[in-house]
Design a protein around this ligand. Structure first.
Ligand SMILES: Cc1ncc(C[n+]2csc(CCOP(=O)(O)OP(=O)(O)O)c2C)c(N)n1
Ligand code: SF4
Length: 313
């Protein structure tokens, strides 16, 4: 595991350049950080979505490690199968390597919604794999449709903003806590801005015995209508405003606030996260000011609750 910049430069990349993700997309950065945490032979099973489509345009692939394309809804089922197949081959003496890690990856659409049944089943069965969601807040690959991961107030092509509606009116699904409620050994939220925290958590996720879950915020300049150059700054603001606080949940019970969130004296106003994004533009009109205040209240409420769970003052 490399957690120093010098060592990171010397670690083999798992994703090559030349893929077709948009300029400034955080998803490839997230995959490269994941690559820094790997501990040996690894198989990735990936649900369809931007990352899958744009890194494997036939007949090319940007992936330098074994990688399986799976359907939208079953990344976790395929990862379970890959893990069990390796175990059986090892028992039969047909596989000698010490260990093979299995990672499933999905977008928020593929995780919060359509792949959730498959994910929940795999967690309940207890296969030893890591599931990572790169959460760009919508089904971006098919034209920015709202998902269970979309923030309230976010405008998408299925949660329009106008005089009648302020974008999505519902709250975001608390996916990390829902997953942790399966009493899995490890679940954590990460941001690509806090790269060292990211790599350490991903390595922990690989090392625990049983399923683990990593929830990465993944800025998307195309859908968020933000500057390509601002993605990593937005990944920082998401944490600083409490829109995506950083924490770990061990064994489904023990909450631990991570240092970047812990050292915040107070949250920045959500406006700082929203203003650079066209998808929240309508919230800065008189018509939707009240709804923006409502979102701030929800964020404050969630933050206070999280601090209590982490036993923070
Ligand atoms: C069963 C099924 N329904 C719909 C699709 C079409 N589809 C492909 S990618 C995608 C969006 C994926 O969204 P998400 O998981 O959030 O990842 P993102 O594209 O945002 O990276 C959809 C709807 C599909 N491939 N399979
Ligand atoms: S649409 Fe968004 S998530 Fe998809 S490649 Fe472009 S920036 Fe990345």
């Amino acid at each position: 595991m490399a957690t120093k910049l010098k060592d990171m430069l010397e670690t083999d990349e798992i994703l090559s350049s030349g893929h077709r993700m948009c300029a400034g997309c955080a998803a490839p950065v997230i995959v490269r950080l994941m690559g820094q945490a790997l501990r040996g032979p690894t198989i990735v099973c990936e649900a369809t979505g931007c990352l899958e489509v744009a890194t494997t345009i036939y007949p090319y692939t940007a992936w330098k490690i074994p990688w399986i394309h799976v359907a939208f809804e079953n990344a976790s089922a395929v990862a379970s199968g890959a893990f069990e197949a390796i175990e059986v081959m090892r028992e039969k003496g047909r596989y000698k390597d010490e260990h093979v890690d299995v990672i499933a990856i999905g977008g928020d659409g593929g995780t919060f919604d359509i792949g959730f049944g498959s994910l929940s089943g795999a967690l309940e069965r207890g296969h030893d794999f890591v599931y990572m969601v790169y959460d760009n807040g919508a089904y971006q690959n098919t034209g920015i449709q709202r998902s269970g991961g979309t923030f309230p107030g976010q405008e998408t092509t299925t949660s329009w903003a106008g005089s009648e509606l302020p974008g999505k009116t519902q709250r975001k699904k608390p996916i990390t806590e829902i997953v942790a409620a399966h009493k899995i050994p490890y679940a954590a939220t990460v941001s690509p801005y806090y790269w060292r925290d990211f790599i350490k958590k991903f390595r922990k996720a690989l090392e625990v015995d049983g399923p683990a879950f990593i929830h990465a915020i993944s800025p998307c300049p195309r859908g968020w209508r933000s500057e390509s150059s601002k993605s990593i700054e937005l990944a920082k603001l998401a944490v600083e405003t409490g829109m995506h606080p950083l924490y770990e949940i061990v064994d489904g019970e023990e909450y631990v606030m991570s240092t970047p969130s812990k050292r915040l004296k107070e949250l920045k106003p959500i406006e700082e996260y929203m203003k650079p994004q066209g998808q929240f533009k309508h919230l800065f009109t008189d018509r939707w000011e009240d709804f923006r205040e409502q979102i701030q209240e929800w964020v404050n409420e969630d933050w206070e609750l999280l601090k209590k769970k982490c036993a923070e003052e």
